[in-house]
Write a protein of this length. Structure first.
Lengths: 336, 385
């Protein structure tokens, strides 16, 4: 897909979500754990369900960025970009009607496990390694005895009520669908959504700094505030740049692009830290309220940076790969 | 801010790979035969006329310039390959850095045919070293208020004033001097001109300004009625501000703004590799590599914008702000990860590079525009200034 097509997709998803998603609506939807209007909109566009499986990862990343930007409370990443991709890849049939959950754990080790979007899902997929092999298992979510729970963004992270479960089907899978590869895809999905959320947080902050007056002039005219705004722009550009590098590398397959994905999740997580801190600092106390919408995006950034590996997890992985390569080969790898 | 994705270009990518292999092979041989000693901040510290000439002979200086002015008509991305390979190993590139990075392009953009033919090919051959004379004792970040004055005489100009922080001024063959040639009717950005002084020049005194390490790279340049013929005014009288801002955009755009301490990262990796597996080292090195990789992605985007004929001053300012902080943070991470006594006279390369990196830390976030000035430029790009 070229840049123009990507822009067109981004545009149409953004416009469609813009028509149905509102900050108030998202806050209210948190009680149910899903914004049904937004989810139905994506389904109507053919972005969720069996048709969605024809989308490239790059296209899915574009959709995710738009979802992050809109703060739409929908299970697109987990159900479509990860679980459905995995199911199709390893040969499990799925139907358009069902939401699919994905868990990075063995069904034999579910103590304290959370199932993202579990309450809305018909079936749960497990991606794990055991006995030196990679596995995907699937079962009905109903048997997991879930209790409601949420992440910092108010997205369902339901608590698993059993320590171990009996899947209906288990398959040994190739490296292409190993838990490492699935987790890597998950990390990039969170990264894409974080780009959208970070961009929105920055836009809100720029607007607020222009509108809000203190000491007789807009905040944006204070040099210290300008410096914060410039720093936010730098972090946002950094996050976008490394994500683009990781996305392009992903075309070579998961294994050959693992270090790029690692670098992206680390750097986007760092950017999220700075952007959320400065966005709130510029907004003052109003940004800390439920009523004002900034929190929808900062809470998303705080939640998503943890999921599918945080900065420490991925930095360690990247660092250990670099150390194993050594001082010459690491440079050759980065510049390949 | 726009950081475009690079258009896929298989032929160019293949050309870059071949070129990169050539540069690496050359550097391997130079290192093996003692052609240079690697170091941090080599684009300020590493002055080596012989090495500069060798690069010129291989066609690796002024690569993007037209063939008829000694260039190779290659892409910005190919030039990027060469300079990042040189910086990664800490090769001595200080001799030609300013001439190659900004002066040559400024002359090509603003010069007369005669200036282009006379001044540009020697830069591409690595035989002409330029010193940039912009700052003054009372003029730092507020560059438009320069006081050095050039006064018109018959067929020439006479420069009087003092310039500071001129890198390699004591080795230079030519100087690029920003002077006031009129009061600009009260607007300080007007009335500035860029004059080119050939060395040696009568009436010019060059005095070292030693760094806190005692090293001599910077100079104070005292002009006392230094005569410059009319033919050496670049782009005509009053064009100085336009030239210098374009010049600074180039000065700020390159990978040297985040690679000054990169040789130390290589030594960190070497050290970590020789030790038992340590999560602290893995995490610290992983974070640094992630930041470096990000900066490199952004910087290649800046090169692509230049290739498209766009002047990416805001994007360059943004990369430089992030990049120069990374340079200092790398030195900090190194010393906290592997306790040591950094020393310039250590025969352990890690301790030695760490000493160089730490002692040069103040420069990173100052030279070529302080980070405060850069953020101002970015804020203007955001429309809030």
């Amino acid at each position: 897909m070229n840049d123009t097509q990507t822009d067109m997709l981004a545009d149409s998803v953004s416009r469609a979500l813009g028509d149905v998603v509102t900050p108030r609506g998202t806050v209210e939807a948190e009680a149910k754990g899903i914004d049904a209007k937004a989810w139905n909109t994506l389904r109507a566009l053919g972005l969720a369900g069996e048709d969605a499986a024809t989308l490239s990862f790059e296209e899915q990343a574009t959709v995710l960025e738009a979802i992050g930007y809109a703060a739409a409370l929908v299970p697109y990443a987990d159900s479509e970009a990860i679980a459905r991709w995995l199911a199709h890849g390893v040969g499990f049939a799925t139907s358009s009607e069902e939401v699919l959950a994905i868990v990075m754990a063995s069904p034999n080790a579910l103590s304290r496990q959370r199932i993202a979007w579990g309450r809305h899902s018909a079936r749960t997929f497990f991606s794990y390694a055991e006995g030196g092999r990679n596995w995907v298992a699937v079962m009905s979510t109903a048997e997991l005895a879930l209790a409601n729970g949420a992440n910092l963004a108010g997205e369902p992270h339901d608590k698993c009520g059993v320590d171990r479960a009996q899947p209906t089907e288990v398959r040994a899978v190739s490296d292409e669908f190993s838990p490492a590869a699935v987790g890597q895809r998950g990390a990039l999905c969170r990264g894409a959504a974080m780009l959208g959320a970070a961009r929105k947080a920055q836009e809100l902050t720029l607007q607020y700094a222009a509108d809000r007056k203190q000491f007789g002039k807009p905040l944006a005219q204070f040099q210290m505030i300008q410096s914060y705004l410039a720093q936010m722009a730098g972090e946002l550009s950094a996050a976008s740049a490394i994500f683009a590098t990781a996305l392009r590398a992903a075309e070579r397959g998961a294994r050959a692009s693992r270090v790029e994905a690692a670098a992206a999740k680390v750097r986007i997580g760092q950017a999220a830290h700075t952007i959320t801190a400065l966005a709130h600092q510029v907004h003052g106390a109003i940004g800390f309220t439920e009523e004002y919408s900034l929190q929808l995006w900062t809470r998303r950034l705080w939640a998503w940076r943890e999921e599918f590996g945080n900065e420490t997890d991925w930095a360690r992985e990247l660092g250990s790969a670099v150390i194993a390569l050594g001082p010459d080969a690491y440079w050759e790898r980065i510049t390949q | 801010m726009k950081f475009p994705r690079l258009p896929a270009d298989n032929r160019l990518d293949a050309a870059c790979r071949v070129l990169r292999a050539e540069v690496r092979e050359f550097l391997r041989q130079e290192l093996a035969t003692g052609g240079f000693e690697p170091e941090c901040d080599s684009w300020l510290r590493g002055f080596n006329r012989e090495f500069t000439r060798k690069l010129g002979m291989r066609g690796w200086l002024g690569m993007t310039w037209p063939l008829r002015y000694g260039g190779q008509e290659r892409s910005q991305r190919e030039r990027y390959v060469v300079i990042e390979e040189l910086l990664a190993v800490g090769a001595p590139v200080a001799g030609h850095w300013i001439a190659e990075r900004q002066v040559g392009s400024s002359i090509l953009r603003h010069g007369t045919e005669d200036q282009k033919q006379r001044l540009v090919p020697p830069i591409a051959r690595g035989e002409s070293i330029f010193g940039a004379c912009y700052s003054e004792p009372d003029v730092g970040s507020d560059l438009a208020s320069v006081k050095a004055r050039a006064v018109r005489i018959d067929g020439a100009w006479k420069i009087t004033g003092t310039k500071v922080w001129t890198s390699q001024g004591h080795n230079a063959d030519h100087l690029f001097v920003l002077c006031r040639t009129s009061d600009g009717e009260g607007v300080k950005h007007r009335g500035l001109s860029m004059l080119i002084v050939a060395m040696p020049a009568r009436g010019l005194t060059v005095r070292p300004i030693r760094l806190l390490t005692g090293e001599h790279h910077f100079n104070e340049m005292i002009f006392d009625d230094v005569e410059v013929p009319d033919s050496m005014v670049l782009g005509g009288e009053g064009e100085g501000w336009k030239i210098v801002t374009g010049d600074l955009a180039m000065e700020r755009s390159g990978p040297e703004r985040f690679m000054s301490t990169l040789p130390l990262l290589g030594e960190m990796i070497r050290k970590a590799r020789a030790m038992p597996e340590d999560p602290r080292a893995q995490i610290a090195i992983g974070e640094l590599v992630s930041r470096f990789w990000t900066l490199r992605s952004m910087s290649i985007g800046v090169a692509a914008l230049m290739e498209q004929g766009y002047e990416p001053s805001v994007e360059a300012a943004l990369v430089k702000d992030l990049g120069t902080r990374f340079e200092g943070d790398l030195a900090q991470a190194a010393r906290l990860l592997f306790p040591m006594i950094p020393s310039l006279d250590s025969d352990d390369r890690f301790e030695n590079f760490a000493a160089q990196a730490i002692l040069h830390t103040p420069a990173y976030t100052l030279r070529g525009g302080t980070n405060e000035i850069l953020r101002g430029i970015v804020a203007r790009g955001l429309g809030v200034r």
